[in-house]
Structure formats: C-alpha cells, structure tokens
Design a protein around this ligand. Structure first.
Ligand SMILES: [Ca+2]
Ligand SMILES: [Ca+2]
Length: 256
C-alpha cells in the first residue's frame, strides 16, 4: 500500500524495561470499517489509511490531466468546482475521463494511468479541486487532500494568458496533424522537452509535435459543450470566435 498509515493521536508512552526507557512508538489505527477511522481515512485491510493526494494540472481550456498516486487498491477521482460559476459541480470521472460519465468508477491507479478528464462541467478559465476517493463502498467519504487546478482561458491553446492568431494556427495544426518546424526526432516526450512545454513525442512519426489534442480541442459536435476528443472544423470555428472576443457558450453551469 503506497498510502501512509494514519497514526493514533499521541504515541504510546515509553515503556520501562530493565531500567531503559524505550522511544515512543507510533501505532497504526486498526478498524473494521471506515466509520472507525479519523476523518479522511479509509479502512483498508483492517488498517486506517490516508487517501493519497493525486497530481493534477490543466492541459487545455477543457482538459485536466490527473494521475492518482501509485498503489494496489482501487480509487476514484472526484472533481469539485471552486469558482462560483461552477460551485455546483461535483462528480467522479469515468474510465474514459468523462466527468459524470459512466457512473462512479473505482480502479487501481495503474489502470487509471494519466487520465485526461473532460466534460460539460469543466469550463474554460474556471478553478476546480481534484481529490482521490479511496473507499469504493462509500464514494465521497474517504477523500485525499485536494489539488487546485485552473483550466486555461477560453481559446488559449498554449496557456500564455492570451488568445492570438497563433492559437488559431495551433488549432489548425491539431486539425491537420501538421508538425511544427524544426522537426526533431524523438522516442519519448522527454526528448522533446527542450523544444518547449507544449511539445510531445508523436510516436507514429517519431517526431516532436508541438500541439496535443487536449491543447486545442474545446467543443463537441453533437453536444457543443462536451469536448469529443476529436479536433474538427467546429473546434477551429470556436477558436476563431474566441479570438474575436466571443465568450464561451459553456459558462453558467450553476445558473449564474
Ligand atoms: Ca495563447
Ligand atoms: Ca471537438
């Protein structure tokens, strides 16, 4: 188990044995179920364990990348809105990364891998918190410390806090899968790190590609506010609209 054990408040007092005072010993809290554990703990294998905090970052104006901490036990991923415009948002990510998709999914961190989370309620420019959920029997009860993330502003494809003609061009590149020059050979993303923060290794070509889908994909086809993991002409039009100053049509998830 990778998560740390919760320990009882106050260590066991030193014991006097043959005249020697032993050092205090931390004692893990044993349990039958999660209600036996301190807040935030989960009863796993008879022991109260703290739910490990995931890593999370924004990788576009509609996508988060979330990685649960490694460990053998199944976990869920809970996203909650922080900004007032999305304060009503609270839900789990499904195994396709869709917030509020196919139910509440618990699976081992290795099965999650790096989750690219998306959904109608993940709105450009808004702040959210991400937590690991450690108790499949009681979703939403045994949660990790939160990680705060803010999605890139609407139409910004490189997180430089501006929407320019270059953002539209990146969208077109994503649509056409055109590689940026200079063309740098690679085998892993690390080989492309010197090219800039938005480069990754496209293994189909073994070349560094500047644009990743999640940077530029901002809307769906049938459901406009739900990104559909496809860079289509509709995404390009939405980027052009953003450049022209048209606000996102996906604000107001909480009726604000
Ligand atoms: Ca930009
Ligand atoms: Ca799309």
């Amino acid at each position: 188990m990778q998560t740390r054990a919760l320990v009882a408040s106050g260590a066991v007092s030193g014991l006097e044995v043959t005249g020697e005072i032993l050092a205090p010993v931390d004692v893990a809290v044993t349990c039958v179920n999660t209600s036996d554990c301190p807040p935030g703990g989960a009863c796993i294998g008879g022991e109260c364990l703290a739910c490990a905090t995931p890593t999370a970052k924004a990788i576009g104006s509609r996508y988060l990348e979330i990685t649960p901490n490694p460990g053998p036990d199944p976990v869920g991923i809970l996203i909650t809105g922080i900004d007032p415009e999305v304060a009503c948002v609270s839900g789990h990510v499904d195994d396709n990364g869709l917030l509020g998709g196919a139910g509440t999914i618990f699976q081992p961190p290795a099965a999650w891998g790096n989750v690219t989370a998306r959904g109608e309620s993940l709105v450009a420019g808004m702040e959210y918190q991400v937590q690991t959920d450690c108790n499949p029997a009681q979703p939403g009860v045994s949660l990790s410390d939160p990680v705060s993330v803010t999605l890139w502003m609407h139409g910004d494809t490189n997180n430089d806090l501006g929407v320019t003609i270059l953002d539209i061009m990146r969208g077109i590149d994503g649509f056409r899968s055109v590689l940026h020059l200079p063309v740098v050979p690679c085998t892993t993303d690390a080989d492309c790190a010197t090219q800039g923060p938005n480069f990754r290794c496209d293994t189909a070509f073994s070349l560094c590609l500047q644009v990743r889908l999640e940077n530029v994909e901002i809307r769906g086809a049938s459901t406009a506010c739900e990104p559909d993991t496809v860079v289509s002409i509709l995404d390009i039009v939405a980027l052009v609209d953003a450049f022209r100053g048209v606000p996102s049509e996906c604000l107001g998830q909480c009726g604000l």
